[in-house]
Design a protein. Structure first.
Length: 131
């Protein structure tokens, strides 16, 4: 299904960035046979942005402007539910907003690897019956 399975999820609070500057997410070092796409979900599980599937064994990137302080989920979705035969690296880079030093270089989130525990996926929308 679309919320569980062989996808990996990462959750984070969006940092303050320079106005209208995106955060750039990059997955590197996928297995040679793996095609993957990055899907960014809002806290309520609604799609915010997504990338196309990468070519086999190639990096995948997604660039998006986010609202500071809001929780997001980044879903790494392999094509046809394949699994990686090797660890991958995930990073995010952004330019800090006004609260940071104006001369500070772009910030890189700590790199996350597949070996780290996966957070709980976002809640699935629930259907209600109207009577």
């Amino acid at each position: 299904d679309k919320a569980t399975g062989r996808s990996d999820y990462f959750t984070f609070l969006a940092p303050l960035t320079i106005a209208d500057e995106p955060i750039i997410f990059e997955l590197t070092n996928p297995a040679p046979e793996l095609r993957v796409r990055l899907i960014l979900l809002r806290e309520n599980g609604v799609l915010h942005a997504n990338s196309s599937y990468s070519a086999a064994g190639q990096s995948a990137t997604l660039s998006s402007v986010l609202e500071a302080g809001q929780r997001y989920y980044l879903k790494l979705e392999p094509y046809q539910n394949r699994t990686s035969s090797q660890p991958y690296a995930l990073s995010a880079q952004f330019s800090p907003g006004a609260a940071a030093s104006p001369t500070a270089p772009p910030t890189v989130f700590p790199t996350a690897t597949r070996d780290h525990p996966r957070p709980t996926p976002p809640p699935r929308p629930t259907a209600t019956t109207l009577r």
